[in-house]
Design a protein around this ligand. Structure first.
Ligand code: PMP
Length: 378
């Protein structure tokens, strides 16, 4: 089996599995309980919070655990609106956000907020001057994805957000850092982001856990209310097993961050070399691209058909983005992909356990597919 769909989800690491199972069988108390069992569970959350905070150089009081990045993104957007949305009614974002950001923003747009969606330039960049041009006294929030989940393009969040804050310190800044977290340096102290969304299952923790960083002193109103857990910012009994697994996965990843990155660079290089030898197959390259996420067009062949051809040979990839479930990707459109490219693009996403031989197998099978599958008629 060859797994090249690591941007959809990753295989939980041993450390995460062992942390979760230890809590499930031993420390299953409710962290809000005042007795010993509750305190033991609470202690585990405190230490997990410290670990996750450390992984992005944040203060532990700035980390709030959530059920994943979808919730973190919804929280960032709706909490901003709940806090200052009566006075400020404009949101600046990009046309390349994950649906958990774009759909939340669309909901506010339907309620009367003005939304500006910046389209990336030809080289995949979001222009700082264009963002700033739209910032005014009515601006509530600037929300920009850190690393795009379909193309791997990296946005220079600190430059963008520094400029936003220099224009108006009152504007909230939020980044969906899911695909950048631990892959590239994410430093909460220098990023100029008021809010940062993180997900566990992209970094070898189980699904259903994540966090939102909220800068100290922001005083955001909570989006989820109830029993007042997570210092009142995110109610709901904390999932101690998943939180501990998330923290252990983040710790393990941090230790081997550089080697993993180097490996991904090597794998991307091999992928590129192999595509150069195949007519009509190419890797989309932008000015700044994360080597883990590779957008590969096989011109003339339907991506879904290719995906299943590869699946039959136990090679797992994604068509565009797993979240788009076969629909034409609006995000790739915004990146300037032509209609025929939209139909014929696969996402090959690496982890450090992948090998160059696996890349060779993938490319051999793509070549076989091109020899045996019917081309799209136009
Ligand atoms: N943002 C991005 C960029 C993502 O890739 C994903 C996962 N597909 C999410 C948000 C949502 O994360 P989660 O699955 O933890 O809700």
């Amino acid at each position: 089996m060859i797994y090249f769909d690591n941007s959809s989800t990753t295989k939980p690491c041993e450390q995460a599995i062992s942390a979760a199972s230890k809590v499930l069988s031993g420390t299953w108390g409710n962290p809000s309980s005042l007795h010993k069992m509750g305190l033991e569970a609470e202690k585990l959350i405190i230490s997990a919070r410290q670990a996750v905070a450390k992984s992005i150089n944040a203060d532990e009081r700035e980390i709030f655990f959530t059920s994943g990045a979808t919730e973190s993104n919804n929280t960032a957007i709706f909490s901003s609106a709940l806090t200052k949305g009566k006075r400020r009614k404009k949101i600046i974002t990009t046309a390349t956000e994950h649906p958990s950001v774009s759909a939340a923003i669309k909901r506010l747009e339907d309620k009367g907020f003005e939304v500006v969606r910046i389209i990336p330039s030809e080289n995949g960049e979001i222009s700082t001057s264009e963002v700033i041009r739209h910032v005014d006294k009515n601006t509530l929030l600037v929300s920009i994805i850190m690393v795009n989940n379909e193309t791997g393009t990296v946005n220079d969040i600190s430059t963008l957000f520094k400029a936003v804050k220099a224009t108006d310190t009152e504007v909230y800044t939020h980044t969906d850092a899911v695909q950048g977290f631990l892959k590239i340096p994410v430093n909460a102290k220098t990023l100029c982001a008021d809010m940062i969304s993180l997900s566990g299952h992209k970094v070898y923790a189980p699904k259903g856990t994540g966090a939102i960083y909220v800068k100290k002193g922001l005083n955001l109103k909570p989006f989820i209310v109830g029993g007042g857990q997570e210092s009142g910012f995110r109610s709901g009994t904390e999932s101690v097993p998943l939180i501990c697994a998330f923290a252990e996965a983040a710790k393990a990843y941090s230790k081997t961050q550089d080697e993993r990155y180097k490996k991904a660079v090597l794998l991307r290089q091999r992928l590129k070399e192999r595509t150069l030898a195949l007519d009509g197959v190419y890797l989309h390259e932008f000015k700044s691209c994360l080597p883990y996420i590779n957008s590969l067009t096989v011109m003339g062949y339907k991506s879904e058909t290719l995906l299943h051809f590869l699946e039959e040979r136990e090679i797992y990839v994604s068509s565009g983005s797993a979240c788009s479930k076969g629909k034409k990707s609006e995000v790739l459109k915004a990146f300037g992909y032509s209609d025929s490219e939209l139909d014929s693009t696969l996402r090959i996403s690496f982890c450090a356990d992948n090998t160059e031989d696996e890349v060779d197998r993938l490319m051999d099978e793509i070549q076989n597919a091109m020899n045996s599958l019917v081309r799209i008629k136009r």
